[in-house]
Design a protein around this ligand. Structure first.
Ligand SMILES: *[C@@H]1O[C@H](CO)[C@@H](O)[C@H](O)[C@H]1NC(C)=O
Ligand SMILES: *[C@@H]1O[C@H](CO)[C@@H](O)[C@H](O)[C@H]1NC(C)=O
Ligand SMILES: *[C@@H]1O[C@H](CO)[C@@H](O)[C@H](O)[C@H]1NC(C)=O
Length: 300
């Protein structure tokens, strides 16, 4: 991605993260949950067809010398961009990597994200193995147990209170819903409103569980304008060059419900807990509509 893009992502999120830094040179800890937008290699360890372990994935990723790492991108994930924007060059390792939970790396954080996964357990089943959000939270519990064993309960609580918990999930639940049903496995589809509500309520359960485990600083990212990706334009037969407005309306409705729920959680949980909603929809729409402002890689 062009550096001008790197400078523009969720400014409010960046400022929020900066405000959490104890000291300008200290690194901060992040625990990352979600899908292929932020997977940094967990799927390399799974039996799945959702893998990013071969070229050209990674060709622009300097830390690996252009080798694939399992990131579903040529370069950095949005979370890598934020981490580097903070001047911190160590990325949280994928949970399934052999030494993710070791005393030398654990203070950077851990990444639990898995390509093809969703908020709902069944999302992504066509890809065979993936780690649904609930399972990712279970893995975090194991990390927490490791920390308690190393630091003790009180210091672990303090450590987790200062860590950032980033959740970037929901895109695959929407994509699975929009896909045409496979005739033999046909299920009656929920109405769109029921899907939105189920996603928000299940995500809320996972956020509350993380809170019980000691998380206090959350960044929750909404779903981007998937009605504009080529795959959805094709299956929704969108007119030439247009986005699918039905898909984008479904997503905007979900994002609105999610951001409202996030606001309520802020009120329910009290001042020690902060949830930030990141509006990825408007950020990506802005990139698409005014791409010339953000460097030529978006203009072809
Ligand atoms: C994991 O540990 C091995 C041996 O201790 C080391 O060579 C390797 O670089 C480590 N991997 C990561 C991702 O830190
Ligand atoms: C979603 O949450 C409900 C409870 O609100 C639960 O019964 C259901 O199993 C969850 N579904 C998935 C797919 O995670
Ligand atoms: C942990 O914190 C509690 C409450 O502040 C305190 O009573 C207890 O002594 C602490 N335990 C250790 C091992 O420091």
């Amino acid at each position: 991605m062009a550096s001008s893009v790197a400078a523009s992502p969720p400014l409010c999120v960046l400022l929020f993260l900066l405000s959490l830094r104890p000291h300008p040179t200290a690194s901060y800890t992040s625990f990352v949950f979600g899908d292929s937008l932020v997977d940094t290699g967990n799927n390399n360890y799974l039996f799945t067809i959702s893998k990013a372990d071969s070229p050209p994935y990674g060709i622009d990723f300097a830390p690996s010398g252009g080798q694939p790492t399992g990131r579903f991108t040529n370069g950095r994930t949005i979370f890598d961009v934020i981490v580097q924007g903070l001047g911190d060059s160590s990325f949280p390792p994928p949970y399934l990597a052999p030494n993710a939970s070791s005393s030398s790396t654990i203070f950077v954080g851990v990444n639990y994200a898995s390509g093809a996964s969703g908020i709902l357990d069944e999302t992504g089943s066509l890809f065979i193995e993936r780690i649904p959000l609930g399972k990712q939270v279970q893995y975090f519990e194991e990390t927490r147990d490791y920390l308690v064993g190393t630091l003790g309960e009180n210091a672990t609580g303090k450590f987790l209170r200062n860590a950032v918990f980033a959740i970037i999930a929901g895109s695959n639940d929407i994509l699975n819903y929009l896909e045409p049903s496979i005739p033999l496995f046909e299920k009656t589809k929920l109405p769109p409103v029921a899907l939105q509500d189920m996603m928000v309520s299940n995500l809320t359960l996972h956020l509350k569980h993380l809170h019980e485990l000691g998380a206090r600083k959350f960044v929750v990212v909404g779903v981007g304008p998937l009605g504009c990706i080529p795959y959805i334009r094709v299956i929704k037969l969108a007119a030439d060059g247009r986005c699918s407005s039905a898909a984008n309306q479904l997503i905007q409705g979900y994002n609105m419900k999610l951001s409202r729920r996030i606001q309520e959680l802020n009120e329910e949980m009290g001042p020690e807990t902060v949830f930030v909603y990141a509006n990825s929809y408007d950020i990506v729409r802005e990139l698409m509509q005014n791409y010339l402002r953000y460097g030529k890689c978006f203009s072809t």
